[in-house]
Design a protein around this ligand. Structure first.
Ligand code: DP6
Length: 340
C-alpha cells in the first residue's frame, strides 16, 4: 500500500473563464487570469492510496462516498495520470493497483467559491506525488480535464490559463505570471452571502451561454485579449488602480453574459448588488480605487484590497452592513494573502 496527501488552495479569477470550445477536453473559449489564495483559509485536502488489495477505485468527499465509475472527469484524470506515469518511466505504483481517494474541503461545496478548482487541483497533485510525476505545464492539462479552473490552482500567486489553439488541448495550459511574493500586500476578503449550492452549475451555465448569448462572442474576440494584456501589466507594475478597474469590469461582464444567456442564469442576489454599490461609493469617498470586487458563479463577494487598507475597509463594511446581511457569522472568513 502506498499513499500521498496534499493540500491545494482555491483560486479566484480576475478575468473569468466562461465557455468551452471542447466539452470533454475542457478547452476554454478565452484566456483567464486568477490569484491563488493562501491554504490557511480555503483549501481542499486529499489523500490518495493505492493498494494491491483494493478491488475497485473509490472516492469519498467530505466523508461521503461519491460514485467513481459514474464520473467521466475523475476517470479521465486518472487515465491521464497513468499515461504521464508511463511517459515519465515511473514504476512507483503498478498500473493494475486500484486507488481510494478521500477528499475534504473547508468551504461550501458548489456555492460558487471555486470548490471544484481546489478539489481537482488537489486530486491531480496528490496523484502526481503517488505516481512520481513532476509538477509542470503538462500536469496542468490533467487538472484542467477535472475542472477547467483547477489548472490554475496548481500554482500560487498570479496565474494565467492560456486558451491554446490545438485541438488536442496540449497547449491549453496554466502558467504562473508572478509568485505571491511579487505583491505580498495584496489581500482577499470573502463575504459569504449564501453558502447554498448554486442553482445552475458553472458547467451547465457556460454551455448555455455559448449556445445562446450574443454578447459572449464580443467578449471572447474583443474584450478579453485586451484585458489580459492590461492586467498582466498592472500586476507587473503593482498598479492597483488598473488591477481594480479590470477586475470589477470583468466580473460585471461575466454576470452580464450570464443574464444574456437564455434562459438567464442569475448568480448574484440583492446583497451582492448592495456590495457592488458599497464598493463604488467607498472608492469615491476614498478618492481612488481602494477595493475591488469580483463574483464567481454565486452571490458571494471576493474583495481585493491592499493590506494597509484592510482595517479601514473592514470597519466600513461592519458599519454599513449589519452582520445578518450575510448568511453566517463566518462571513469574514478567508482574509488571505496568496501563497507561492
Ligand atoms: C465563474 O472550472 O467550475 O469560476 O470547467 O465546467 O468544471 P468546469 O467549470 P469551472 O468554472 C469556473 C467558472 C468561474 C470563473 C473562473 O474560475 O475562471
Amino acid at each position: 500500500m502506498i499513499s500521498a496527501t496534499c493540500v491545494a488552495p482555491v483560486n479566484i479569477a480576475l478575468i473569468k473563464y466562461w465557455g468551452k470550445r471542447h466539452e470533454d477536453l475542457i478547452l476554454p473559449v478565452n484566456d483567464s487570469i486568477s490569484m491563488t489564495l493562501s491554504t490557511d483559509e480555503l483549501c481542499a485536502k486529499t489523500t490518495v492510496t493505492a493498494s494491491e488489495s483494493f478491488e475497485t477505485n473509490r472516492m469519498w468527499l467530505n466523508g461521503e462516498e461519491v460514485p467513481f465509475e459514474g464520473s467521466p472527469r475523475l476517470q479521465r484524470c486518472l487515465k491521464e495520470v497513468h499515461r504521464l506515469a508511463v511517459a515519465n518511466g515511473s514504476q512507483k505504483v503498478p498500473p493494475s493497483w486500484k486507488i481510494h481517494i478521500a477528499s475534504v474541503n473547508n468551504f461550501p461545496t458548489a456555492a460558487g467559491l471555486a470548490s471544484s478548482a481546489a478539489g481537482y487541483a488537489c486530486l491531480v497533485y496528490s496523484l502526481s506525488r503517488l505516481y512520481d510525476i513532476p509538477l509542470n505545464e503538462e500536469l496542468t492539462t490533467v487538472a484542467r480535464q477535472g475542472s477547467g479552473s483547477a489548472c490554475r490552482s496548481l500554482y500560487g500567486g498570479f496565474v494565467q490559463w492560456h486558451r491554446g489553439a490545438l485541438d488536442d488541448g496540449s497547449d491549453s495550459v496554466a502558467k504562473q505570471i508572478a509568485p505571491s511574493s511579487h505583491w505580498p500586500n495584496m489581500h482577499v476578503l470573502i463575504l459569504v452571502v449564501n453558502d447554498e449550492r448554486k442553482k445552475t452549475a458553472s458547467t451547465k451555465g457556460m454551455q448555455q451561454a455559448v449556445k445562446t448569448s450574443q454578447l459572449i462572442k464580443h467578449r471572447v474576440d474583443k474584450v478579453v485579449p485586451e484585458r489580459i494584456t492590461q492586467l498582466r501589466e498592472a500586476i507587473a507594475n503593482h498598479d492597483f488602480q488598473t488591477f481594480a478597474e479590470i477586475t470589477m469590469k470583468d466580473s460585471n461582464q461575466f454576470h452580464a453574459i450570464a443574464l444574456d444567456t437564455f434562459p438567464p442564469c442569475v448568480y448574484m442576489n440583492d446583497v451582492s448588488h448592495r456590495i457592488v454599490s458599497f464598493i463604488h461609493d467607498y472608492n469615491e469617498i476614498m478618492g481612488g480605487y481602494h477595493a475591488a470586487y469580483t463574483f464567481d458563479a454565486g452571490p458571494n463577494a471576493c474583495l481585493y484590497v491592499l493590506e494597509e487598507n484592510v482595517p479601514h475597509l473592514l470597519d466600513a463594511i461592519q458599519k454599513v452592513f449589519p452582520s445578518d446581511s450575510f448568511d453566517s457569522d463566518t462571513y469574514l472568513r478567508g482574509l488571505s494573502v496568496p501563497k507561492v
